[in-house]
Design a protein around this ligand. Structure first.
Ligand SMILES: Cc1cc2nc3c(=O)[nH]c(=O)nc-3n(C[C@H](O)[C@H](O)[C@H](O)COP(=O)(O)OP(=O)(O)OC[C@H]3O[C@@H](n4cnc5c(N)ncnc54)[C@H](O)[C@@H]3O)c2cc1C
Length: 300
């Protein structure tokens, strides 16, 4: 139900960053509404790793527990919905949920995350989060060694291949990308990384498992997982519609924020993957703390 009084803040995105920001505001006895459509970035993975105290747990279970703890505070409201049509209205904002209700708030906090855009190689999309992976710290340990691939997509790929070599026997698949320079080649040699130059035709394997990459010359390069640096784009157009500025991050646009996590639009705050260049659950949670407390200061 829409409130007649404006909320202190509407938070769009009720995942790691949004929940964490909300918790700070709820503990400051501020009225908040969280609007979330439940499409977390890591929903393709069955387990989340590297977040202290929750290592190996289902991502959905972590979020469900955090949501229940947040909703225990009496000043918190929640809508399972998509938010759209955010507008600056007087000293605050209005925003509409997909049920058609309009909500008013003194501040907006965007914790809307990003969407991954995988290279257009057949077989990658359906294996995303299973045997096509983005982060060795998240999933590398569980692979248990063996033959691994890194798909080149820019000059940093050689460094990534050298890093992933701590988790297995690595091949860097250039797939048409430029040859590594002399320094990178020396690093790859030191780390025992092989280079494959034949173009990739498709990823193959039973179900979401990976048997290997089929190459243009007909060979199957056997690997059990491929690390891919996916491009990213904002998961929601809200920030763009509000006129928030973006900067170019290493993988795509990132919301520009100041030290208090305020965007270039006064009163609009942002946290999590949408607004930082380093992406993990722990970092999104930490960013949410900064945004929640930064937003709270602005209400004083
Ligand atoms: C396959 C995969 C596996 C990963 N595994 C790990 C791991 O093991 N460990 C780790 O630390 N990190 C992992 N990550 C990274 C981690 O998922 C992200 O860093 C984290 O989810 C970022 O949290 P966030 O709150 O910023 O965004 P998200 O978790 O993406 O949440 C954004 C939320 O905003 C909602 N939203 C967006 N727009 C709207 C709108 N207009 N209206 C309403 N709601 C909206 C979305 O539906 C979603 O619920 C993984 C990422 C991927 C892609």
């Amino acid at each position: 139900m829409p409130s007649t009084m404006p909320y202190d803040a509407v938070i769009v995105g009720g995942s790691f960053a949004g929940l964490s920001a909300g918790l700070q505001l709820a503990r400051a006895r501020r009225s908040i509404l969280v609007i979330d459509e439940g499409r977390r970035r890591n929903r393709f993975s069955s387990h989340s790793h590297g977040f202290l105290g929750q290592d190996g747990r289902e991502p959905a279970a972590i979020v469900a527990e955090a949501k229940a703890q947040l909703l225990a505070y009496p000043t918190v409201a929640w809508q399972d919905a998509r938010a759209s049509d955010a507008k600056i209205e007087g000293n605050g904002f209005s925003i509409t949920d997909s049920g058609g209700d309009q909500h008013r708030a003194r501040r907006l906090l965007l914790a809307t995350g990003v969407r991954d855009e995988l290279p257009a190689i057949p077989g990658l999309q359906e294996r995303w989060g299973k045997s096509v992976l983005h982060c060795p710290y998240c999933d590398g340990y569980e692979l248990g060694g063996g033959k691994l691939g890194v798909l080149a997509s820019g000059s940093f790929s050689a460094l990534k291949a050298a890093l992933v070599a701590d988790w297995g026997e690595v091949t860097l698949f250039l797939n048409g990308e430029a040859e590594p320079d002399a320094e990178a080649t020396a690093l790859l040699e030191r780390r025992g990384v092989a280079i494959e130059r034949a173009p990739i035709v498709a990823a193959e394997g039973e179900g979401t498992a990976m048997a290997g990459l089929r190459l243009a010359d007909g060979r199957l390069a056997p690997i059990k997982a491929l690390f891919v640096a996916a491009g990213i784009c904002p998961a929601s157009p809200l920030a763009e519609e509000l006129g928030c500025a973006f900067d170019n991050g290493p993988f795509g646009p990132l919301l520009r924020v100041d030290g208090m996590k305020q965007t270039s639009v006064t009163g609009v705050y942002a946290a999590g993957d949408a607004a930082t260049g380093r992406h993990s659950v722990a970092l999104a949670v930490a960013d949410g703390v900064l945004a929640g407390t930064g937003l709270h200061m602005s209400l004083l």
